[in-house]
Design a binder for this molecule. Sequence first.
Ligand code: SIN
Ligand code: FE2
Length: 226
Amino acid sequence: MTLQIGRSGLRLYPEYFGRKAQDAVLAALRGVLAAAPLFTPRMPKSGRPMSVAMSNCGPLGWISDERGYRYEPAHPRTGQPWPAIPDILTALWSDVAQYRDPPEACLINYYGAAAKMGLHQDRDEADFSAPVVSLSLGDSCLFRIGGARRGDPTRSFRLNSGDVLVLGGDARLAFHGVDRIYSNTSTLLAEGGRINLTMRRVSRAPSEIAGVRGASQPAASEAVNR
Ligand code: SIN
Ligand code: FE2
C-alpha cells in the first residue's frame, strides 16, 4: 500500500519491508558499519556535535564538520572508500525512485533515545530531479515535514520500522526533521534506537547530461560538490 501524503511528490510505503526483510537489511548494514564505523558529525562553523551518529555507503558519503556539509568519497576517520550500497537497498531504489540511474550515496543515521534532527532541506546534491528515498529501521520516530520554505506549515507523522518514504517532485526540497524517538517501540535493534537510511543521487545523472548536451560530453567531469 502506498500513501500519497498531500503533495504529489511525497509517498509513504508503510512497512515496505516486513520483519524478515528488515533483518536482512540490518545484517547487510552491520557489515557496512564494521568497515565504515559510525562517527559523530559536527555542525558547520561552530563544530558542535550533532546528536545523531552517521556513516555512509555508496561511491559518495555525506559528511558535516567545521568546513561545512558536503559529499566525500572516503570515510573521514578511516580514510577508506565507503563500502558499496547493499543490493537489497539498490533494489529498493529501483522499485520506488522512478529514476533510471542508481543511487550514489546512502547516508546512515543512527538515533539514540535522545537524538533528533532539526528541520532542514537536503540540498547538497547537484540534481533535484532524483528523489531522496528513506528507510526507517528500529524504534519509531515522530517525523515532521513542511514545504520548500522554512516558514511553511508542517505536518507530523510517525515513521515505523520498515517504512519507506520517498521525497520527490515538489517534496524534494521540503524542509523535514525528526522531533523525537519513541523508545522500545521495536525489537529490531538489540541496542535500541533508530536507524534511518537515505539514498540520493549526488551528481547530475549521466543519462540526463547526455540528454541535455549530447552523449559525447564526458559525464565524469561533472562536479559532485556544490
Ligand atoms: C535525514 O533527513 O537525513 C534523516 C531523516 C530521518 O531520519 O527520517
Ligand atoms: Fe534530510
